[in-house]
Design a protein around this ligand. Sequence first.
Ligand code: ZN
Length: 499
Amino acid sequence: MNDSMRRAAAMLLLVLGGATLWWAGNGAPASANDAMVATIAAAREHAAANDPRLKGALRFEEGGWIYVHLEGDPGAMGYQHGYLLAPEIEDGFAAVSVGMTHATQRDWEFFRKAAHEMLWPKIDVEYQQELQGIVAGLRARTGSKLDVDDIVAFNAFEELPDYYVPWLNKRQMAANAPNLKSPGNCSAFVAAGSWTKDGQIVMAHNNWTSYRNGERWRIVFDLAPKNGYRMLMDGFPGVIASDDDFGINSDGLMVTETTITQFEGWDPKGKAEFVRARKALQYAGSIDEYTKIMLDGNNGGYANDWLLGDRKTGEIAQFELGLKASKVWRTKDGVLAGSNWARDPKVLKVDAPEFDPGNKESSPNARRARWEELLKENKGNIDVALAQKMLGDHTDTLEKKEDTNERTLCGHVDGSARGVKEWAWQAYYPGGAVQGKATDSTMAKEMRFMARMGHPCGGDFLAKPFLAAHPEFAWEEPYLRDMKAGPWTEFRSGQSAKE
Ligand SMILES: [Zn+2]
């Protein structure tokens, strides 16, 4: 059957199911109506579950993560994504969209319009099809009202509120504009040569975000697209890029990043970052190819210091991607760390002019000092097991003591009366390190990585006592959940449940 025939058959099933019940329930309109709604839902779910586009797709849960395998052409991959993760997409969309509108004081229609008019026309056709597929799979499973503009705006949740809106506010000279700052997501490093235990590349990353979003950043995507390389990455339900970012591809590329604190700028004519980042992981087989794809249509959104490894050559790189300037450092013997600071003088001057690299008290600089200390101490011994420990490190280099705050590699900003003013995170902001991942060249060759959900140190965040102590965050209450740490768990491409 082709698509339109399949749709017609599904519609017929819905109409027949509903009509039967309406007749059967004649005389008891209220309950008949309820039953009809239930029947339509059941018929829809039945038709959707038998959709041939789901062939080969898989979902299971392990260690606090949800693993999904998606394969085939872009439309089918999207359909599988939308269908298999439908409840998580609805839930994630609600939590993320409320954050976007709360912070920016712009309504959801504003973001839909930005997605439709500014982002959509520049999205490659294959990703347009994948995004449409997500909507189709989601609607088939739950009857969701979300459309493609909602899903595109949602995919851009890292770039529209904190990059596009501040740029627009400045341009429109908006009165009383909210204090919006580009985010400071993550602590990460990539090491190679004499720095690692056996000379191979080791890459590790923990994701810093609000706990509200981070608790939902629990998907392991095993992607086998019709075109491009096989990919294994962590990610967010409903979003086509890893977005935090941590991924490996079957041609040997290893990818992660940390964002550039106090970055400013946006190009409305550019291509969305989430599209470029997904495309680069899918199609780049070298560091050069990666930088080329990211620079093509650079819109300045979600500006990062990318940390890259090529297991085929043993080379690692730091790709500092501003909007007006960018720079690449590369080596086969060294370590490159990130904690949300830019270092190229030109990038700092033209893309992050407010950032002060000399302020030892700030979260990015204190963590930078800790990375330098910790990586140096362990030169020649760095492996995946040690990387996992480092992601949970609690040394505050400024206070020279163990603590859990905004200056520790494993961040717990809810424990800090200072917050992080550079990211507009107020005192006790419920955010910090929400999960961690690590891999090396051998594991990447076998398409494997280790991942831990929750704080990489193993600590738990509990929403109820937090909200009782900090009523200023009451608006998050419907969405803020406990974030309990899971065990370090290995995932690999082609995995099925209970292996
Ligand atoms: Zn911790």
